[in-house]
Design a protein around this ligand. Structure first.
Ligand code: 5RP
Length: 223
C-alpha cells in the first residue's frame, strides 16, 4: 500500500470515533483531507464541524458540511487531525501545513484527540521533522537566535519567494536540529518567549489515540 492509500485508510477509520449528532473538530493536511472526504459520507448524521484552517473550511463546505466558528460552540467530543511526527507517548510535532495555532485551539476545546497518520510519522524522539513555530514577524530574528542557543537552526518559511503568511497573518519559523527530549517542558518554555504565537510541539494537547496506517492495516495506539 502506498502512502496515499494509508492516509485514506486512517481517514476512514477515524469515522468510528464520531458521535452521531455531534460537532466534529477537524484538523488540516493531506491525511485530514481523506478524513473530510470520508466524513462527507455521513454528513447527515453529524451537526457539523469546527475547522482548524481556511483550507479545511473550504473543503468541508464544498462537501456540504456545515462549519461552525470555534467560539460558537462549547466543548467538542472529538478532534481528528494529522501530525508531522508522533512519539510513543502521543506527543506530536505539527504545523507542516502552517495551521498549528488554530489546530492547538480546536484541540484544546476537544475532549479526545484522535491523530491519524501513516507509520512514517512514528518516532522515538521528536525533532527530526523541523519544529514549526508561528511567530509575530518583528520577533522572528530574535527567536531564531534563541533557538540557535539551544542548538537549533531556524528558517523563515517562504511561499512563492516571500515569507509565508498564516491564516492569522503571522510568519512561521521551521527549527531543524532539535532533539526534543521533554516535549512538555519544551512547549512550556518556548511558548513563553515574547513573539511566539504557537510552538508546533503538542504535548499539553497530545493525542489520546493514534490511528497509524501500516502495510498490515490500521494500528491503534492508545496513550
Ligand atoms: C498542518 C498539520 C498537519 O497535521 C501535518 O502537517 C500533517 O500533514 P499531512 O497529513 O499532510 O502529512 O499539522 O498544520
Amino acid at each position: 500500500m502506498n502512502q496515499d492509500a494509508l492516509k485514506t485508510l486512517v481517514g476512514q477509520a477515524a469515522l468510528h470515533y464520531i458521535e452521531p449528532g455531534s460537532i466534529v473538530g477537524v484538523g488540516t493536511g493531506s491525511t485530514v483531507n481523506k478524513f473530510i472526504d470520508a466524513l462527507a459520507t455521513m454528513k447527515g448524521s453529524i451537526a457539523g464541524a469546527v475547522s482548524s484552517s481556511l483550507a479545511s473550511t473550504e473543503r468541508l463546505q464544498a462537501l456540504g458540511i456545515r462549519v461552525f466558528e470555534a467560539s460558537e460552540v462549547d466543548e467538542l467530543a472529538v478532534y481528528i487531525d494529522g501530525a508531522d511526527e508522533i512519539d510513543h507517548a502521543g506527543h506530536m510535532v505539527k504545523g507542516g501545513g502552517a495551521a498549528l495555532t488554530r489546530e492547538k485551539i480546536v484541540a484544546a476545546q476537544s475532549r479526545h484527540f484522535v491523530c491519524i497518520a501513516d507509520e512514517s510519522k512514528l518516532v522515538t524522539t521528536l525533532g527530526r521533522f523541523p519544529v514549526p513555530v508561528e511567530v509575530i514577524p518583528m520577533s522572528a530574528s530574535r527567536i531564531a537566535r534563541q533557538f540557535a542557543q539551544m542548538g537549533g537552526t531556524a528558517t523563515l518559511r517562504s511561499k512563492n519567494g516571500a515569507p509565508l503568511v498564516t491564516d492569522n497573518g503571522q510568519h512561521i519559523l521551521d527549527v531543524a536540529g532539535l532533539q526534543v527530549q521533554d516535549p512538555q517542558a519544551f512547549e512550556l518554555q518556548v511558548s513563553q518567549w515574547p513573539g511566539v504565537v504557537t510552538v508546533g510541539v503538542f504535548a499539553l494537547q497530545k493525542a489520546n489515540v493514534c490511528l497509524l496506517g501500516a502495510s498490515g492495516g490500521v494500528k491503534t495506539l492508545v496513550f
